[in-house]
Ligand binder design. Structure first.
Ligand code: NA7
Length: 548
């Protein structure tokens, strides 16, 4: 179904492409949303995508070592059994290139690309109440108009590039991991500085150290990390995953984080110290995020969490040979898993290499970038040829607020969210009718294996639009009081866990100077969230205003 081009009067939107639905972004969310609206509902729908290909996160994040931390058989769509059966993952965790191949396969299989406009970066989206339409404009000046606007922009797509004085003067090259050059970066013989030790920095460091002459890692916050134990998948596992697809899907949908494993039903206090150590050792050997599921109370009970934290710190001490470096790496100031827990391939081992050094920039902050490198507050200058910023993202709100989104009465989303994001279910914002935000702030999103909340949101939105059209409803809009209550519930859910104790996490917006501190993802668990959303629908979209 293709768009028609017709004059649209409001906002001077002449020669706009006229559609039922516009979707912003061609990652996991946007691709499935297009399929759901176009192929199941028969709507005219179009995706606008800034990149020149599909993939979203996996289109942009091409840094060395880029790999998903969800296991490959779970990091996939489950809406089509044929798709599950025909795609075979090669490794325990999918690498960036393989995920990109998968998403291209999906886009081709469902013939999605004909309705995706690539190289189309959306700059503004304004709601026209009289026409009940969204008017959307791209950077190139193209105009579109649609009844429904769905943002599928991802949670981690607005790069956080630190405003360090002197960066412009740097004589070498610098890169942000989330905007990595497609042709790659050759580190051979280079002195590299890498800023940031989140999941990305922890994945990139070992790979960079392999080819660079020297790598200096600038660490602000020390981090836990668990070995990924990545490996090629055995044929038996590949077969098992396909044979048991329904069971895997059921498990992912019933667990709080959408992963294909269940959280052990025991407290860390239920077992002796020796048993606990044995359980952690086994989880460490097995590798991956399942470590977090060793006990049910690791994210609720500080004393329970302390046992995991102590174990993981002790592992750093065992791996890293230089005691001063080990001490800096293990000086972790937040409970385990209160920031997104990285998994790694040889991260701590990297610090045993002769060509790798660690600089603690909490003790001696970065003062400036000079033409020759990075200078810290104690006056030391680290000479560098390349700087890699693995400094994360303006998470969740950043990708939305980069666009000029205006709802009823010309109110901008930026103004509406001045004190922090306010959504109902993470799916809608009061004052912005017929705008849906996939994995928006207030949804479980980043606390989950992402395809699980994405599939849920896409299907919820498609069902909502179907219901609207079947019942002659022109407009759906979250009620302010429903959003108020939801924000309160999101806060309560976070406060029932240890998550807010990582005061500098991006879950709170604390990594971006000036950003309001609001705990953004919903920590009540995906399964509970799914029930809440179903209940809202059963109560005839309770909390939403529906207008004919
Ligand atoms: P993260 O997790 O936000 O990590 C960014 C890292 O960069 C973290 O160590 C930050 O330290 C550090 N950082 C950020 N700004 C600075 C400045 N100005 N100076 C020094 N260090 C800085 O992003 P990732 O890309 O690693 O991971 C994002 C998600 O992608 C991850 O959670 C997975 O879901 C996949 P801080 O901790 O803020 O002190």
């Amino acid at each position: 179904m293709s768009a028609t081009t017709a004059p649209a009067s409001a906002h001077g939107a002449t020669d706009a492409h006229v559609l039922d639905a516009l979707i912003i972004g061609a990652g996991f969310s946007g691709l499935y949303q297009l399929h759901a609206l176009r192929d199941r509902l028969g709507l005219s729908a179009q995706v606008l995508e800034a990149g020149d290909g599909v993939g979203g996160t996996w289109y942009w994040n091409r840094y060395p070592g880029a790999r998903c931390d969800s296991e490959s058989h779970s990091y996939a769509y489950y809406f089509s059994d044929e798709l599950v059966q025909e795609w075979t993952w090669s490794e325990r965790y999918p690498g960036q290139a393989e995920i990109l191949r998968y998403l291209n396969h999906v886009a081709d299989r469902f013939d999605l690309k004909r309705d995706i406009r690539f190289g189309a970066r959306v700059t503004e989206a304004h709601y026209d109440a009289a026409a009940n339409r969204w008017h959307v404009r791209t950077e190139a000046g193209e105009r579109y108009t649609a009844t429904y606007l769905i943002t599928a922009v991802g949670c981690l797509s607005a790069a956080n590039i630190p405003q360090i004085p002197g960066l412009d003067s740097f004589a070498g090259q610098w890169y942000h991991t989330g905007q990595w050059p497609h042709e790659g970066v050759d580190f051979t013989g280079k002195r590299v500085g890498m800023v940031g030790t989140g999941s990305t920095g922890i994945q990139a460091a070992p790979v960079i150290a392999d080819s660079a002459a020297h790598l200096t890692v600038f660490q602000r916050t020390a981090n836990y990390s668990i070995p990924a134990r990545n490996a090629p998948l055995a044929e038996e596992f590949k077969h098992w995953a396909k044979q048991n697809a329904s069971e895997i899907k059921r498990t992912m949908r019933s667990t709080p984080n959408g992963h294909p494993f269940v959280i052990a039903d025991r407290s860390a206090h239920d077992v002796s110290e020796a048993e606990r150590r044995a359980i952690y050792e086994a989880a460490w050997e097995k590798g991956g995020l399942q470590f977090r599921a060793s006990f049910r109370d690791l994210l609720q009970d500080k004393a329970a969490n302390d046992t995991a934290a102590a174990f993981l710190r002790s592992k750093i001490g065992e791996i890293v040979k230089d005691p001063a470096t080990a001490a800096k790496l293990a000086a972790i100031d937040h409970p385990f898993a209160t920031k997104r827990p990285p998994i790694d391939t040889g991260y701590f081992e990297t610090f045993n290499r002769d060509n790798v050094a660690l600089v603690d920039v909490r003790a001696t902050p970065i003062e400036r970038v000079t033409p020759a490198g990075i200078q810290t507050r104690d006056g030391t200058e680290y000479p560098l040829d390349i700087i890699v910023f693995a400094t994360g993202f303006d998470a969740m709100t950043g990708p939305l607020l980069k666009m000029d989104i205006r709802g009823r009465d010309d109110v901008s989303l930026r103004d509406a969210w001045q004190a922090g994001p306010r959504t109902y279910l993470g799916l809608q914002v009061p004052g912005f009718p017929n705008l849906f935000t996939i994995t928006g702030p207030g949804s479980p999103s980043v606390l989950c294996n992402m395809p699980v909340p994405i599939e849920h949101h896409v299907e919820w939105i498609a069902d909502c639009i179907r219901t609207m059209r079947e019942n002659g409803i022109a407009r759906i809009e979250a009620k302010p009081e429903a959003a108020e209550k939801w924000v309160e519930h999101v806060n309560d859910a976070a406060n029932a866990t240890l998550l807010p104790q990582a005061g500098h996490s991006w879950y709170l917006g604390a990594n971006v100077p000036g950003k309001p501190r609001v705990f953004m993802p919903y920590a009540g668990g995906m399964a509970r969230y799914r029930d809440i959303c179903a209940d809202v629908v059963a109560r005839n979209y309770e909390g939403f205003s529906l207008t004919r």
